[in-house]
Ligand binder design. Structure first.
Ligand code: R5P
Length: 324
């Protein structure tokens, strides 16, 4: 821990968490040289969530770090109950830190009689008593507008792009697995000085994907497919296959959030993919660990820690991304 990153605990910043991603939270605490706040987030005999904070938080600047990943509803409920607890304990300010914002894909009414669950989650977090939100690589950046409290939206881009920069890859093309991902893929292609290609993907259902043509030249080149998340693995694995059919050489994949549900791990193991890089916004489940060296986890703990420090000290967060 660098001395310059040290925040004296007399400044009254406190970090707490539920059970969704304790390893990441411990790393953030190490970066900030702050002990993890003393709270228990357990269960009553009937399964309801039982929270007890075991230290004084009156007047404190509270950061609750909780990815709303699987078990999604438990993780979300733990976050809401923690926020309520700190509000009633007279903390000065509560920031809900969601390295991964679950339910984000339900962000619009794309057919009749469906909810906008991403907005509902925003309402719940606000109504519970959060004063601000810090999150990372939202599925759709406009989810920020679902909140009427400040939202800081971090990008894992510096962590992921530095990883590939250090690999010193030549003759590579950056690939977006769908049209919606072009903006972020272009950012990588500019930064890594690589060409850009796009896969034409159509989603017919949660696990049903159709991939058509590829826009851009991939023949004889290595490829890095960039996505915000890998859920069932359908998008990434189909994209990898179509790139292979079009003559791509080695295929690398990276995604910020390793949701890895359903048969994602089996699909990734079989797909023509050389390496998968993900971040630790969501902990890898034991099943995913069976991918061995095919999956590489990059940590966003420093990025989150730095953002928390800057929120606490009222300094710019956007300047963290100026060089990228
Ligand atoms: C789609 O819009 C997203 O960016 C991801 O490509 C998608 O959510 C991944 O889902 P799956 O792994 O189930 O294809």
């Amino acid at each position: 821990m660098d001395e310059k990153n040290r925040i004296d605990t007399i400044n009254n910043i406190k970090i707490f968490t539920g059970n969704s991603n304790i390893a990441l939270v411990e790393k953030v605490c190490r970066y900030l040289s702050i002990p993890l706040g003393n709270a228990s987030v357990g269960r009553f005999p009937d399964g309801e969530i039982d929270v007890k904070v075991d230290e004084d938080v009156r007047g404190s600047d509270i950061f609750i770090i909780q990815s709303t990943c699987a078990p999604v509803n438990d993780s979300l409920a733990e976050l809401l109950i923690l926020i309520d607890c700190f509000k009633r304990a007279s903390s000065a300010r509560i920031t809900a830190v969601l390295p991964y914002y679950g339910y984000a894909r339900k962000d619009r009414k794309d057919e009749g009689r469906v909810p906008i669950t991403a907005k509902l989650v925003a309402n719940l977090i606000t109504e519970a008593g959060a004063d601000r939100v810090l999150t990372m690589d939202l599925h759709a950046a406009q989810i920020q507008g679902f909140f009427d409290i400040p939202v800081d939206h971090l990008l894992a881009f510096p962590v992921i792009s530095e990883y590939y920069k250090e690999k010193d890859l030549s003759d590579f093309v950056v690939v977006s697995p769908d049209v919606g991902g072009i903006k972020i893929a272009r950012q990588y292609s500019n930064h890594l000085n690589m060409r850009l290609a796009v896969v034409d993907k159509r989603r017919m259902g949660p696990e049903d994907i159709e991939v058509g043509f590829v826009i851009g030249d991939v023949e004889g080149r290595n490829a890095i497919i960039i996505d915000d998340m890998i859920a069932t693995g359908g998008s990434i694995c189909q994209a990898a296959r179509v790139l292979k059919e079009k003559g791509a050489k080695d295929i690398y994949v990276c995604a910020t959030h390793p949701v890895l549900c359903g048969s994602a791990v089996e699909k990734l193991a079989e797909a023509p993919i050389k390496e998968i890089a993900v971040t630790d916004t969501i902990p890898l489940n034991n099943h995913a660990k069976s991918l061995g060296t095919k999956i590489k986890v990059l940590s966003v703990s420093r990025l989150l820690g730095e953002a928390i420090k800057r929120i606490h000290t009222n300094t710019s967060i956007s300047s963290m991304f100026n060089d990228h």
